[in-house]
Design a protein around this ligand. Structure first.
Ligand SMILES: *Cc1c(COP(=O)(O)O)cnc(C)c1O
Length: 409
């Protein structure tokens, strides 16, 4: 059968994988345990044969969603988690040990930054660099370096890392390259196309899209050969070496750490995923229109949005993302505008954390997610005191612009 496009593939994924009573959605399986009529089969599944035993290690519902994420990312396999943070934590904790060194982009989500602090407390050395230029990543290399981490499109500053340059260098140095693709989504950029070994997506964001379920995923692109990666336990050095890393992430992250995605959440996210491309197209065009409008507004000091020609990585974003620039922007208002008064005047846009929702969400950054880390680290990440993160939704374009205008005036 000829390969179908992005949306067709997702829409028909369940039906093609295993029809149950002709259902077009994979039925939801909330069962905690899975029974066997043959003891040998039970033992075989415990020993690694694909199948289900206890829902902490996955259900038919999470497996169906994982197949969709794998198809979206063009990878070979995916493991789902309760949240994006659970997916990131499982990746770092399953693959790194005390004494290892991780190079991370300095432009990352605040909670991921905090997680890297925990990793450092446990003895993993972490160096943060400006990953918009691969030279900074290269300069941080140590003999103990194991992994490089970056967001494809950074939350909330919208920096676009030197994704291809880092991918080529990691391949040369045999380093594990982990890309958090949450903001770009596989609709704008597949991790495999920039040489990522593993791709992390928060499914709570654009892929789910409806603000009614949390989830996360790690997708193996199949590009990394784990043979010489000494942190892989002996028990997981079975089968193709390209699959060992994800096996260990699944065993440690789900079985041992227990950050499992619930069946009901998986079911909701899978329904959301069907319209990812449509929603992203609309949200990206809304975001570009808003950014262009506000960049001319006298009460706006600066807009951080890769779709604007003055964004430092505008050309790179155009090349990587096919002239769609994501649905997130940073907005800095002039000092004369009281940030909180402005936010209190909004009527349509919602004052809430979260992003990648169908609704437009606005959040002041320095006073919330980035509060705990202190002013110095915020400065490194480019978060000023009047930095607003705006996640643009799929509302009618003019309603978004009008609400901004009335609240600014
Ligand atoms: C939100 C977010 C996460 C965490 O996802 P949750 O599902 O909320 O845990 C990770 N990375 C990025 C870039 C995010 O925006």
């Amino acid at each position: 059968m000829a390969k179908n496009g992005f949306t067709t593939t997702i829409l028909h994924s369940d039906r093609r994988a295993s029809v149950e009573h002709g259902a077009i959605h994979k039925p939801m399986h909330p069962s905690s345990q899975y029974a066997f009529s043959d003891a040998r089969e039970l033992a075989a599944v415990f020993q690694g044969k694909p199948g289900f035993t206890y829902a902490r290690q996955g259900t038919p519902t999470t497996t169906a969603l994982e197949a969709k994420v794998t198809q979206m990312e063009g990878g070979v396999a995916t493991v789902s988690f309760a949240t994006g943070m659970a997916a990131l934590a499982a990746t770092f904790f399953a693959l790194l040990k005390a004494g290892d060194h991780l190079i991370s982009s300095q432009h990352i989500f605040g909670n991921t930054n905090s997680l890297l602090g925990t990793l450092a407390d446990l003895g993993v050395a972490v160096t943060v660099v400006d990953a918009t230029n691969v030279d900074n990543v290269v300069a941080a290399l140590r003999p103990e370096t194991r992994m490089v981490f970056t967001e494809a499109l950074a939350n909330p500053g919208t920096q676009v890392a030197d994704l291809v340059g880092i991918g080529e260098w990691c391949k040369k140095k045999n380093l594990v390259y982990v890309v958090d693709n949450t903001l770009a989504t596989p609709w704008l950029c597949q991790g495999i196309s920039v040489g990522a070994s593993l791709v992390v997506n928060s499914l709570s964001k654009h892929i789910g899209g409806h603000g009614n379920a949390l989830g996360g995923a790690v997708t193996d692109t199949g590009l990394y050969d784990w043979t010489d990666y000494t942190n892989i336990a002996l028990s997981y050095r079975n089968g193709k070496p390209s699959s060992w890393g994800l096996t260990q992430i699944k065993k440690k992250g789900l079985r041992d750490m227990g950050g499992t995605l619930a069946a009901e959440a998986a079911h909701r996210i899978a329904a959301g995923a069907e319209t990812l491309a449509l929603r992203m197209d609309r949200a990206c065009s809304n975001a570009l229109a808003l950014a262009q409008f506000l960049s001319r507004h006298p009460k706006v000091a600066k807009i951080h949005y890769p779709g604007l020609t003055d964004h430092p990585q505008h050309e790179r974003a155009k090349q990587l993302f096919g002239s769609r620039f994501g649905a997130l922007m940073g907005i800095e208002l002039i000092d004369e505008v009281d940030l909180f008064d402005f936010l209190n005047r909004l009527r349509v846009l919602i004052l809430a954390t979260h992003l990648g929702d169908n609704r437009t969400l606005v959040l002041p950054m320095a006073q919330t997610i980035y509060y705990e880390m202190g002013a110095e680290r915020r400065a490194l990440m480019g978060i000023s005191d009047n930095f607003l993160r705006v996640s643009i939704g799929i509302e009618d374009t003019q309603d978004i612009i009008d609400d901004f205008v009335q609240a600014l005036d």
